[in-house]
Design a protein. Structure first.
Length: 731
């Protein structure tokens, strides 16, 4: 433990020597003995002793009291006088400097020791007290709420910076003001005597709360008060919360008053309440039925329109019931499936059900639904919009009757609403498009339009609405996806108060027979290509089976490992041809779906860890051409296999993550990472003897891609490549 350092200021050399020896015998360090006040100040600044033992009479122009005063003010180091002077005049001069001790010569060793230790202890306590007061002051002045101390006359004695900001007074003017005057309460002007004497002061909640704390000693919390205040030249009524606590000092008890301005919170609450009332009025006034349910489909709220539609008489009869009870039994299973679909997709629209009234009668309804989430984004229920479509169905029925008169026509006749939905199609349309009546009615006009004409549908409908009628050519698709050209004459009509568009179409495809023959030829090539993919897949399966059979004829673990690795590589290639065979697009593959299947097979193949290693897949739904997909699949196969074999020894738990996402229209980033033991330090993955990594480097080069290794946390390989950017054309 370091010794306490004492600087001695004594002009008598013999006495100084005696003091130095005494102090050292008591265990103190004495770095210097000086004889003048000027030197004492200088040495104190340089040495920073723990205490200065000072004689009052010193050499030079400055005596001990003057030197002590400067030492205390500059360095805050305690001074103990050791002097032969004991007269009252000297004592008075010494007291002004606030010394920590006063010892009269001649002294006893015990007396000196006691005085020094008491001085050091007193200085230590004063320093701690000063630090504590500084911390308390910092807490008070940084507190976001107004805090001040008041005496029994309600006058401000202490306050924090928030109180100054709230009141708007200069700091020096706050002390001594009554609370209302200090804070700018408008009622403080009601009487010449000021705060506490006006007619409103007797009922003032703030005043009564402070008075009760003084009288009973009870603390109060969250007491709400509303008072008018002056802010510059403007008057403003504020709402705030008051808390009071009695500080029962023996001679001068005071109350700590804390004030939190909640005016803006109150205004926000009012605005929210008004907004909720407005939403409720809108909720009740819409012409469609609105039903709110919990996650189990139990009704928690409905609007008045729902009550009217179901004929239940009052809203209370609907609350607590299952929403499925108002759906006809034959439609309930479909409704439950759609509820699950809504949970996954977030919303569903335009679904028709047969609904039940209270008396058991049925009526047709159209329902749209979406999920309800709380402020944290958690799913809490559903909201459904229901529309009674009885009149619409009646109009549709009328159209169906009229349609019988049109079914004998050879030309295509269809009637659509203004959104492009079919209301009627004749028999000729069904034959021409190759759909049954129900299939065709379930499609919209856009579903039949060829892609190059689909985006023109809305503009053509607008043209018919504006001009009343129009004639144009359009390309449409049959059910077998064959293309045909139609000449269409459309005109606006009305049925049941609803505007519709009546269309007559004539097949003009004969002029394009050559294009149709070409299309048939392309379809034959697609069939042939599918057969090729099928045969390649079968041949790859044959190779995989040969590897599997070969593994039964050896017990060499290294050979078995090589056979298993090669079998997995063949599987990854076979899976691509399987996906292409089943895909409608024989040149590209849905690579996200492919990777999920590949990784599932790979994890099943490596049984190491018995489930201790999990796969995390962050894979965007992207489509790759076959020349890019094959090298990518082999790269993923090798890197994931490496992680399964080496990253988690002795059954260690861990995670392998595969992240595939597009950077732009043609660039992609693939990251295969694990949180295992990490890649061996000092080993260059580009020059390792591992066949798997050599294959990865070769495939990366084939893709014209870049590869980076990050081994800061486990192992992470990042490959950046461009679709179709490789030098090879696949396998």
């Amino acid at each position: 433990m370091d010794k306490t350092i004492i600087l001695v200021a004594e002009d008598e050399s013999i006495v100084a020597r005696d003091i130095e020896m005494t102090l050292k015998s008591l265990g103190y360090a004495v770095p210097a003995v000086i004889s003048s006040g000027e030197e004492a100040i200088k040495q104190t600044g340089e040495m920073h002793p723990d205490l200065v033992l000072m004689d009052i009479r010193l050499q030079g122009k400055m005596d001990g009291t003057q030197a002590a005063q400067k030492i205390r003010s500059r360095f805050n180091i305690p001074v103990v006088y050791l002097t032969a002077y004991a007269n009252s005049k000297t004592l008075e001069r010494a007291k002004i400097t606030e010394p920590y001790g006063y010892i009269i010569k001649p002294f006893e060793e015990r007396e000196l020791h006691t005085a020094i230790e008491m001085a050091l202890y007193k200085h230590k306590m004063e320093r701690k007290l000063a630090e504590s007061e500084a911390k308390l002051s910092a807490i008070l002045n940084h507190a976001p709420i107004v805090m001040f101390l008041v005496d029994r006359e309600r006058r401000v004695r202490e306050f924090n910076w928030a109180a100054v900001q709230f009141a708007g007074h200069p700091t020096q003017e706050m002390i001594g003001l009554r609370t209302g005057e200090a804070l700018g309460c408008l009622h403080s002007l009601d009487n010449p005597k000021g705060c506490g004497f006006g007619p409103s002061c007797q009922t003032c909640v703030a005043r009564r709360t402070v008075s009760d704390t003084f009288e009973t000693g009870n603390s109060h919390y969250q007491v709400e008060a509303r008072l008018p205040f002056i802010r510059g030249e403007k008057q403003e009524e504020l709402t705030f919360l008051i808390a009071t606590t009695l500080l029962d000092f023996p001679e001068d008890p005071m109350v700590l008053v804390c004030i939190e301005d909640i005016t803006e919170r109150k205004r926000a609450d009012k605005a929210l309440r008004e907004s909720q009332e407005k939403l409720q009025r809108m909720f009740e006034s819409v012409t469609d039925g609105i039903t709110v349910t919990d996650l189990d489909g139990v009704i928690t709220d409905v609007n008045e329109r729902v009550v009217q539609m179901h004929g239940v008489g009052s809203k209370d009869k609907m609350l607590g019931k299952s929403a499925f009870e108002v759906i006809a039994p034959r439609d309930r299973e479909r409704a439950m499936v759609n509820m699950q679909k809504t949970t996954v997709e977030g919303s569903i629209g335009g679904v028709e059900y047969t609904l039940l009234r209270e008396d058991g009668s049925e009526y047709p309804g159209e329902l749209s639904a979406s999920v309800l989430k709380d402020a944290s984004g958690n799913l809490v229920g559903f909201i459904a919009i229901t529309r009674d479509i009885t009149e619409r169905k009646r109009a549709e029925e009328e159209l169906r009757v009229r349609a019988q008169l049109l079914d004998a026509a050879n030309d295509v006749i269809v009637v659509i609403d203004l959104e492009g939905n079919f209301v009627y199609v004749n028999e000729a349309a069904c034959k021409l498009f190759g759909y049954s009546l129900d299939e065709l009615m379930g499609l919209g006009l856009k579903a039949l339009e060829a892609p190059e004409f689909a985006e023109l549908t809305e503009s053509r409908i607008k043209k018919v609405i504006e001009k009343g009628e129009a004639t144009f050519e359009s390309a449409a698709l049959r059910k077998d996806k064959s293309l045909m050209l139609l000449e269409i004459h459309a005109r606006i009509t009305e049925s049941g108060g609803k505007k519709l568009i009546f269309n007559i179409g004539r097949d003009i495809t004969e002029r394009k027979r050559a294009e149709e023959q070409l299309k048939a030829s392309l379809q034959e090539k697609e069939v042939l290509l599918k057969e090729i993919h099928h045969r390649v897949k079968n041949n790859l399966q044959l190779i995989s089976s040969m590897f599997h059979l070969q593994s039964g004829y050896t017990k060499n673990k290294q050979v078995l490992k090589i056979l298993a690795d090669n079998r997995n590589r063949v599987r990854s290639l076979a899976l691509i041809h399987e996906k292409l065979y089943r895909s409608g697009d024989l040149a590209r593959i849905a690579f996200g779906e492919y990777l999920r299947d590949l990784l599932a097979n790979l994890l099943h193949s490596y049984t190491v860890g018995a489930g201790a290693v999990s796969l995390k897949m962050v894979i965007d739904e992207i489509s790759l051409d076959i020349d890019t997909a094959i090298p990518c699949s082999l790269i993923v196969n090798e890197l994931v296999a490496n992680s399964l074999k080496h990253a988690f020894p002795e059954g260690k738990e861990g995670e392998i993550c595969i992240d595939l996402h597009p950077d732009n229209d043609s660039k992609f980033t693939l990251v295969v990472s694990d949180n295992g033991v990490g890649f061996p330090k000092g080993l260059d993955f580009r020059s390792t003897e591992s066949f798997g990594l050599q294959l990865v480097i070769s495939l990366v080069d084939q893709l014209g891609a870049t590869i980076e290794l990050d081994s800061s946390a486990g192992t992470a390989f990042k490959i950046t490549f461009a679709a179709g950017g490789g030098r090879s054309k696949g396998l």
